[in-house]
Write a protein of this length. Structure first.
Length: 144
């Protein structure tokens, strides 16, 4: 096995960076709290769940919002269907990063769409969901 040079290491690190608004493909069981969940009818399919990156920190740890799997996801449409829960941890209770479980696609949300989704998750909705979402984002940005 050959050792990677410093230049190759830097290239692989830069390649894993993802912009806010990028859509990732994953599965439900890769999120925290759903480790043993298998969506009926999707057991043998690949990464069926699409999730949008709505925020990230300096370490490229991501905050995601899951989109609804019914139908085809059209990014140009302003009426995106999503769950108003912000997810920041994977099934191992570690921060979400781009990996083999969270694969970026070529589709990207516009800044307006990201802002509306984020505001809807933080400001609108039930009080308990809003407070959980706010604390998740604070933990994402202010880690010690």
């Amino acid at each position: 096995m050959t050792k990677k040079s410093n230049v190759e290491k830097i290239r692989t690190i830069k390649a894993k960076k993802v912009k806010i608004g990028t859509i990732l493909q994953t599965r439900d069981e890769f999120f925290k709290g759903a480790k043993n969940y298998r969506k009926p009818g999707y057991e043998d399919k690949g990464n069926y769940r699409k999730a949008g990156v709505i925020d990230k920190n300096a370490n490229d740890e991501l905050a995601l919002v899951k989109f609804v799997t019914n139908g085809y996801l059209v990014v140009e449409n302003s009426n995106l269907r999503y769950r108003p829960y912000i997810e920041t941890l994977n099934e191992e209770s570690k921060p979400i990063r781009v990996s083999s479980k969270f694969i970026p696609t070529k589709k990207v949300l516009s800044k307006r769409q990201v802002k509306s989704i984020k505001n809807n998750c933080i400001e609108n909705g039930f009080n308990s969901i809003v407070t959980k979402n706010k604390t998740k984002l604070k933990k994402l940005h202010y880690k010690k």
